[in-house]
Ligand binder design. Structure first.
Ligand SMILES: NC(=O)c1ccc[n+]([C@@H]2O[C@H](COP(=O)([O-])OP(=O)(O)OC[C@H]3O[C@@H](n4cnc5c(N)ncnc54)[C@H](OP(=O)(O)O)[C@@H]3O)[C@@H](O)[C@H]2O)c1
Length: 273
């Protein structure tokens, strides 16, 4: 049996839809699942008593990354430890693209990768690129101007839907992907000036200092501004371009047009559509 965690999330929802279309037998874990909900288990990474992996051969572990590093590391350690003790054979983990090493949330991903590699289970690490949907939302223009300080370098982002397709390829035959790290970042990048042109907007980036002061007002949680600032800094310094054919290998078709996808999301966020 496969168990897919993070069931209420956008990525897990897409993976579960595709797994269902492929006829895979699976359960969905979610910290929001009610007890006895059909096809679901309540799996809360923060509650050790909920980590029931009985009858689970392959655990698809979606990172639960919206927290400080110590919390995320403790969560992931608890899940991997419980899976080891309960006889799970294989864990597929959604990590972060190698080009994202300078991002503020990379550390917890790399810690989790190392913890998995040191376990007795087999594993597959899906190093997901930054979502095109996320870049589009962050770069949404206000009054026709994009202020987000991404710089002018190429960003290799990826559509959640392509990541879900790649995930299901692995779930269809986990053993064929045992102990492999995949870099899933799409094959081409684009720049924020290109996005601005697509939207008919102007790119007038703030300085990092200006962006940080805009982020320091509620409702952001304390750990969020540094995370977002690290995306701007890494992009402006040209670290978010990645070249890999791993996504093509797993989805076996042309990846979705991420510039178009980011433009659609940016328009929605700006209220232009
Ligand atoms: N590559 C990127 O650009 C990018 C961007 C943002 C986030 N991420 C990471 O990728 C993951 C999936 O992305 P997404 O877009 O699907 O995120 P999302 O829609 O915001 O969903 C949040 C995810 O966090 C999980 N979660 C929250 N609290 C949890 C807990 N206590 N125990 C277990 N899971 C918990 C949720 O699962 P439940 O059903 O259990 O609530 C859900 O899967 C995120 O959680 C984050 O770690 C990646």
């Amino acid at each position: 049996m496969i168990l897919i965690t993070g069931g209420s999330g956008q990525l897990s929802t897409l993976i579960a839809q595709r797994a269902s279309e492929k006829g895979l037998r699976f359960l969905v874990g979610s910290h929001k699942a009610a007890d006895q909900e059909a096809g679901k288990r309540r799996i809360d990474f923060d509650d050790p008593h909920s980590l029931d992996f009985s009858d689970v051969e392959t655990l698809f572990m979606v990172s639960a990354g919206y927290e400080e590093d110590d919390v995320v590391i403790a969560r992931h350690d608890a899940v991997i430890g419980a899976a080891e003790r309960q006889g799970v054979r294989h864990i597929v983990y959604t990590s972060l693209i190698g080009a994202g090493d300078h991002l503020g949330f990379a550390l917890a991903h790399r810690w989790t990768e190392r913890r998995l590699q040191q376990s007795a289970m087999s594993w597959t690490i899906l190093r997901n690129g930054l979502y095109a949907e996320l870049i589009g939302a962050l770069a949404a223009p206000a009054g026709g101007v994009i202020r987000a300080p991404f710089g002018t370098g190429r960003i290799s982002s990826v559509a959640r839907e392509d990541l879900a397709d790649a995930a299901v390829t692995v779930l269809c035959d986990p053993a064929a992907h045992a102990n492999v790290i995949y870099e899933l970042a799409g094959t081409q990048g684009w720049t924020i000036p290109q996005l601005a042109e697509r939207l008919g907007a102007t790119f007038l980036p703030d300085t990092l200092s200006e962006a940080r002061s805009k982020l320091s007002t509620p409702p952001l949680l304390p750990f969020q501004p540094p995370m977002l600032m690290s995306i701007y800094s890494a992009s402006a310094a040209g670290f978010l371009q990645a070249q890999s054919t791993d996504l093509l290998r797993l989805i076996k078709t042309t990846p979705r047009d991420t510039l178009e996808l980011a433009a659609v999301i940016a328009s929605e966020v700006s209220g232009l559509s």
